[in-house]
Design a protein around this ligand. Structure first.
Ligand SMILES: CC(C)(COP(=O)(O)OP(=O)(O)OC[C@H]1O[C@@H](n2cnc3c(N)ncnc32)[C@H](O)[C@@H]1OP(=O)(O)O)[C@@H](O)C(=O)NCCC(=O)NCCS
Length: 150
């Protein structure tokens, strides 16, 4: 695999890759998330030369129904299919966790699709609460997962 550069990217770049990888059944532009433009939000991209192959985002955001902690949300972890299972998702998530920890996170959480549970568990995330469906995602099931930094 050619060398991959990780670097902070613009929210619009993150949104474009999310549209392709995570929201193929939605109209383009559906991948704008609350907090995308917040101060402190990190969009970290993986580039192979000029080709943008992966992205992940972390932002300061409370866990729904959770206690008022310094909670950060990991979301939009998306790797182009041809680049999956090569360690890029892990590198992007690690960069996001470092960013949240450097900003004083006491809790990091995500809303993970069932297929990705084992990926997030490998960082120490654990499922919190029941599986649920989300509008527009058909039968796909999601659950909140949380990680308490050490
Ligand atoms: C899930 C995803 C982000 C993982 O990124 P990746 O670069 O492919 O993953 P990595 O190569 O870093 O994988 C590290 C480990 O996580 C686990 N893992 C990764 N993807 C997995 C998957 N789809 N199913 C089960 N385990 C998975 C494996 O243990 C893997 O190690 P291995 O390849 O040695 O078995 C990526 O495959 C992706 O974008 N998938 C489609 C979109 C998606 O589901 N995003 C998550 C939304 S919640």
């Amino acid at each position: 695999m050619s060398e991959i550069l990780l670097k902070a990217v613009a929210a619009t770049d993150a949104q474009g890759l999310r549209d392709i990888v995570l929201r193929a059944n939605f109209t383009p532009g559906a991948s704008v998330y609350d907090g995308d433009d917040d101060h402190g939000t990190l969009h970290i991209g993986a580039l192979s030369g000029n080709l943008f192959v992966g992205v992940a985002t972390v932002s300061h955001s409370p866990l729904p129904g959770g206690s008022p902690q310094q909670a950060w949300r990991l979301r939009g972890v998306a790797i182009l299919p041809a680049w999956q299972r090569k360690g890029l998702g892990s590198r992007l998530v690690e960069a996001c966790l470092r960013h949240a920890n450097d900003h004083g996170a006491t809790l990091i959480w995500c809303s993970a699709r069932w297929e990705a549970f084992s990926f997030y568990e490998s960082f120490g995330f654990r499922v919190l609460g029941p599986l649920r469906k989300r509008e527009g995602y058909g039968d796909m099931e999601f659950a909140f997962m949380t990680l308490s930094p050490t």
